[in-house]
Design a protein around this ligand. Structure first.
Ligand SMILES: [Zn+2]
Length: 284
């Protein structure tokens, strides 16, 4: 099934709701990076959060999220845009820890402590950068902390990845609810109550429910105004030409040294593992 993302509002526009299914995206990331279960969940949650975040800003060329923790998976990187595509990388994909005390994948243990760094490229010379400490390592809470602290937008974030016994991705998705200026106290406490009782997002998605059903199940019988529905996917925009520029910037001396030693220069894309080969004639 295709992954989808919906954007909706409620309570006369004072509440914004984003929901996405990312099962195919996370499975594609798992296949490319050969991640083991705990790493699959950590990368998958980061990809899902970054994907949803990417559709929030206008204008936006590119959104980069770096989760730089001191846990065994190392840094996790995700890049998305307004059009609903995302790609990612993880330093140590082969990480699978014991389940945590709740019987869940120990994502916080895999991520460790450190910083969540958000780079928003809106087409200016320098991207806008926001940095917050990793407060939980479970990733959803860390995105929520970023929105609340760095963007002054109180947000509830749920991100989930359910992994099959064979290591494949069974279901993945995310839900972000944000309070906009003008929201009433009554609405806020209603939402807090709903969200505190929310079942794991993967439980709802696993039962075959769609995104509008997910919102109805979590937020109850409220009127929801659907703004947009977007097909989303894992996509890497690398190309032979895109790597050529950075290679040329190494300078003739360095390029000649590598070419002499190896006959050609091989570059492998971090995000999709596509390999590109450059011979001397290609770089002149
Ligand atoms: Zn690529």
């Amino acid at each position: 099934m295709k992954d989808q993302l919906i954007i909706a509002t409620a309570f006369e526009g004072t509440v914004r709701i984003y929901a996405a299914t990312t099962t195919a995206i996370v499975e594609e990331a798992r296949r490319i990076h050969n991640t083991w279960p705990t790493a699959t969940a950590a990368l998958g949650r980061t990809l899902t959060g970054t994907l949803i975040m990417g559709v929030m800003y206008d204008p936006l060329h590119r959104l980069t999220v770096r989760l730089v923790g001191d846990g065994p998976v190392g840094e996790i990187l995700a890049v998305s845009n307004q059009r609903g595509t995302v790609k990612g990388d993880i330093v140590q994909p082969q990480v699978d820890l014991e389940l945590n005390q709740f019987g869940k994948l120990d994502v916080a243990g895999a991520v460790g402590s450190g910083e969540l760094i958000v780079l928003k490229d809106i087409g200016l010379k320098e991207p806008y950068q926001g940095v917050v400490p990793i407060v939980s390592g479970e990733i959803a809470e860390d995105f929520a902390y970023y929105f609340t602290k760095s963007e002054q937008t109180p947000s509830a974030v749920a991100l989930g990845v359910l992994v099959n016994p064979d290591g494949g991705v069974r279901v993945a998705g995310g839900l972000i609810v944000q309070l906009m200026p003008g929201v009433t106290e009554e609405t806020t406490s209603y939402l807090e109550n709903c969200l505190s009782k929310m079942p794991p997002i993967t439980t709802v998605l696993e039962s075959g429910k769609g995104l509008t059903d997910l919102i109805a199940e979590v937020l109850g019988p409220i009127e929801v105004n659907l703004l947009e529905e977007i097909d989303v996917n894992y996509y890497c925009d690398c190309s032979y030409d895109k790597f050529k520029g950075p290679l040329l910037s190494l300078g003739d001396a360095e390029l000649d040294a590598i070419l002499q030693q190896q006959g050609c220069i091989e570059v492998k894309c971090h995000f999709c593992h596509q390999q590109y080969q450059y011979r001397k004639a290609d770089l002149e």
